[in-house]
Design a protein around this ligand. Structure first.
Ligand code: HEC
Length: 131
């Protein structure tokens, strides 16, 4: 397995991830939309899969759950120059602006792209992608 700089061994929630829900999040334009950048053979019904990032086929062999959690929460910790969004980054922003006023955002105003349970569901789905 490759090294990651952010590994999160502890689940973000008390509820185990649901791989079926995770598949739906990964394939949904409104939620994770992972397929905008990644090809996933396990989601044959999702059209227009992207190739900006590597195919996620076999990703369950390449990374363990703690590493996947780190990649999903804040991809830039593992891939510093990546275009992959940080899906559950809730702190450590450098003066993020409020989109409407242009002023600095207030504490708690920035919502992560995916909630904690959604992250766990996606990890459970990715863990099933083995070759
Ligand atoms: C805007 C494009 C984009 C989106 C959206 C995106 N990613 Fe990525 N992802 C990337 C790129 C590019 C990489 C390769 C890392 C790099 O930049 O060097 C990557 C790498 C990864 C890796 C490591 C892959 C490997 O085999 O080494 C995983 C796992 C991953 N992404 C999962 C996801 C998941 C799950 C989602 C949806 C919740 C997602 N990504 C959404 C662009 C994206």
């Amino acid at each position: 397995m490759k090294p990651t700089t952010l590994t999160l061994a502890v689940s973000l929630t008390d509820t185990p991830g649901d791989p079926v829900e995770g598949a739906s999040i990964a394939g949904s334009k409104k939620k994770g939309n992972c397929v905008a950048c990644h090809q996933v053979s396990a989601l044959p019904d999702v059209p227009f899969q992207g190739d900006v990032g590597p195919s996620l086929d076999g990703v369950g062999n390449r990374w363990d759950a703690a590493q996947l959690r780190g990649i999903l929460v804040d991809a830039k910790k593992t891939f510093p120059d990546t275009v992959m969004p940080s899906f559950h980054k809730i702190g450590g922003f450098i003066r993020p602006g409020n989109g409407f006023t242009g002023k600095a955002a207030k504490e708690g105003e920035l919502k992560p792209l995916l909630g904690a349970q959604q992250i766990e569901d996606v990890i459970a789905f990715l863990a099933t992608l083995k070759e």
